[in-house]
Design a protein around this ligand. Structure first.
Ligand code: CA
Length: 287
């Protein structure tokens, strides 16, 4: 006698549940459509951002003309065999940042993208407000590549870096004379402090302030073989390796380290307080 109401009740509950599932499916479909629309809008906004950034980028960079230069050196410095031999390299025209990437620029990157902040930063900002125009440090090679991709640029190749630092001649330092100890101040400085440290093309702090990641893998014999040999054209470094190259010496470097020819290395995941970076860009990207 009591079974009949129970069966009716169960049937009703099933009907109610089916209706709720149907309603939920409709809502889910609607949410999915909204999300797809938002995703498309986000993509459009990102395209617009990159377009605007591409117009802005050349204004903050120096255009290095195409041509041939002498990379490496035949002057052996003790323990630095990886800088030899001097060899001829031809590069196409390219842009390079006039200054090292600063703390305030890097902060905008991590705020916009959610990318991790350098380990010494607190609450995702650099610890000393007065250092907003100092080069960002404690960034790995991977971090530097991520920044470059975000801003529509890339890391310079080792050849591009050396050409931008020393010009097409054979000078040893960007500033033409002997090693300067002007910048030996025990820490980073504003990237626009030392006008006398400009390279022949007007690129600042190529040697000094902080060392700078370049895109190449490191091979100590790279200059003496492969596509690094004489008549190399736009060399991009070894195809694989263990360490990445950084160039230009940092505030901790000695006179040997800050020579324009000096090659230094670190693991791509490593970061420390005297390595930062600047970006480069193909010339066509700025036209
Ligand atoms: Ca530097």
């Amino acid at each position: 006698m009591k079974l009949m109401p129970t069966v009716t009740e169960v049937a009703h509950r099933k009907s109610t549940m089916t209706a709720r599932i149907s309603s939920a499916e409709t809502n889910a479909e609607s949410i999915k459509l909204s999300m797809e629309q938002m995703r498309l809008e986000a993509e459009t906004i990102e395209e617009q951002r990159l377009e605007l950034q591409a117009r802005l980028n050349p204004l903050e960079m120096v255009l290095i003309p195409a041509g041939r230069f002498r990379m490496g050196t035949n002057t052996m410095v003790k323990g630095r065999t990886d800088e030899t031999p001097e060899h001829s390299v031809r590069l196409k025209e390219f842009y390079i940042d006039k200054y090292e990437v600063t703390n305030i620029q890097y902060k905008e990157f991590i705020e916009t993208t959610g990318h991790r902040s350098p380990p010494h930063w607190r609450n995702r900002t650099f610890p000393e407000a007065r250092k907003s125009d100092h080069p960002v440090v404690n960034v790995s090679w991977d971090d530097a590549v991520a920044y470059g991709t975000w801003i529509g640029k890339r890391l310079p190749t080792e050849a591009e870096w050396e050409r931008a630092a020393l010009g097409s001649g054979t000078q040893e330092y960007p500033w033409k004379k002997a090693a300067s100890t002007e910048n030996a101040v025990g820490g980073t400085t504003s990237v626009a402090k030392y006008s006398k440290g400009q390279s022949p093309d007007g690129v600042w702090d190529m040697c000094g302030n902080v060392g700078e990641w370049v895109s190449d893998w490191y091979d100590d014999k790279y200059y003496s073989g492969g596509d690094s040999a004489d008549s190399a054209v736009d060399p991009v470094g070894p195809t694989h390796g263990h360490d990445r190259v950084y160039r230009g010496g940092g505030f901790q470097g000695n006179k040997i380290d800050v020579r324009g020819k000096t090659r230094q290395i670190a693991m791509p995941s490593a970061s420390n307080e005297h390595i930062g970076f600047r970006c480069a860009m193909d010339a066509e990207a700025g036209s």
